[in-house]
Design a protein around this ligand. Structure first.
Ligand code: ADP
Ligand code: MG
Length: 239
């Protein structure tokens, strides 16, 4: 579903990702772990061209993303959920969910609202449809952000530390929604420090350090039998 080929990303002469190769299969849940500053966010952002790759190629569902690609369409096909929610604060929850389907997918308002209500049911927030983000808790905001991403009927979802900004008691409600999506077969790439989630839900865990993939494998391989010293050192700090 997503193929990353020899991706290099530099900011000026600061090379953040020297050369990343990665393939994410349809229905696969890939969890990316690694220390702060290792390039995890830059990698996710490069997939949807929120950051312009310096070199290399990205393919989404077989189609190469380049300068000629309609980026709005790609961002509709690969949704992104951020640490800080990035909801439109001046819009209601319902409007947050219907804006892009109407504008980008050219859906009718009625159809977009019908889908939005169904997704709000799914994340347990139908009763909040007419409220504004400022009236919601962090966990509720993140569930709205996930519903908003789903409203575009994406082929894959990228999560960048979706629970890192949440109070501890709200982490579970967000992880539960993500777990449900995984069960339904959504293709997902999840950057997280929630090792329990990685172990339970991940099909594959990738450890990144210094902008490179150091090691990858099943959760069992990575957590119980890490091969590299850098992986072992990282895990000893977070487990
Ligand atoms: P992670 O998500 O793993 O913490 P990031 O991808 O955010 O790592 O950052 C990796 C490196 O890239 C850091 O050294 C960071 O300072 C640098 N970086 C990220 N975004 C930019 C930017 N827009 N301009 C310059 N440097 C950046
Ligand atoms: Mg990050």
């Amino acid at each position: 579903m997503i193929v990353i080929k020899d991706l290099k990303k530099a900011f000026g002469d600061h090379v953040v990702l020297p050369c990343v190769n990665m393939e994410i299969k349809e229905r696969e849940v890939v969890v990316i772990i690694g220390p702060s500053g290792s390039g995890k966010s830059t990698l996710l952002r490069s997939i949807t061209h929120l950051e312009q790759p310096t070199e290399g190629k990205i393919f989404i569902d077989g189609e190469e993303i380049d300068d000629k690609t309609n980026i709005d369409r790609i961002r509709a096909e690969v949704g992104m959920v951020f640490q800080h929610f990035n909801l439109f604060e001046n819009m209601t929850v319902l409007q947050n969910l219907t804006l892009a389907p109407i504008q980008v997918r050219k859906m009718s308002k009625e159809k977009a609202e019908e889908i939005a209500y169904r997704l709000l049911d799914k994340v347990g927030l139908r009763s909040k449809a007419d409220q504004y983000p400022s009236q919601l808790s962090g966990g509720q905001k993140q569930r709205v952000a996930i519903a908003r991403a789903l409203a575009m009927r994406p082929k894959a979802l990228l999560f960048d530390e979706p629970t890192s900004a949440l109070d501890p008691e709200m982490v579970k409600e967000v992880l539960d929604v993500m777990k449900q999506l995984a069960k339904e077969g959504m293709t997902m790439v999840v950057v997280t420090h929630e090792m329990g989630f990685a172990r339970e839900v991940g099909d594959r865990v990738i450890f990144m350090d210094g902008g490179s993939v150091v090691e990858e494998g099943t959760p069992e391989q990575i957590f119980n039998h890490p091969q590299h010293n850098r992986t072992k050192a990282f895990l000893s700090k977070v487990l």
